[in-house]
Design a protein. Structure first.
Length: 120
């Protein structure tokens, strides 16, 4: 009887730990697939698909009250910069910096590089 009780307690403790680890506070959507497509076959259409997915990740993360994954705002900033929308790029880089303080040095360096943000 004691063995059964010990096993049951261990089972519940371990299942609680497993649940805690598997829960994520980030929504990644189809990020991996669209990023892979941009690397496998770089084209304006694969880049547009990836940028669209990044925007969806931001929207769905906000709707689900989750954090936007690291690097998503920075990637959107790079897309904006490549289009010549420097103000929007700066806004995305600042959002990345605010949400992920570890990115502060890189984002500040990018923002201070020149009056026009350049691709990292």
């Amino acid at each position: 009887m004691k063995i059964f009780l010990i096993i049951a307690i261990q089972f519940f403790l371990l299942s609680g730990c497993a649940t805690k680890v598997s829960q994520s506070n980030l929504y990644w959507g189809e990020y991996s697939r669209t990023l892979y497509n941009t690397k496998k076959e770089p084209s304006p259409s694969s880049n547009a698909e990836h940028e669209k997915e990044l925007n969806e990740i931001v929207e769905k993360s906000k709707n689900m009250r989750l954090r936007v994954p690291p690097g998503v705002y920075a990637e959107l900033g790079i897309f904006s910069n490549d289009r010549g929308d420097y103000e929007q790029a700066k806004a995305y880089f600042k959002l990345e910096q605010e949400n992920y303080p570890k990115a502060e040095v890189l984002m500040k360096r990018t923002l201070n590089n020149s009056t026009q943000v350049k691709t990292i």
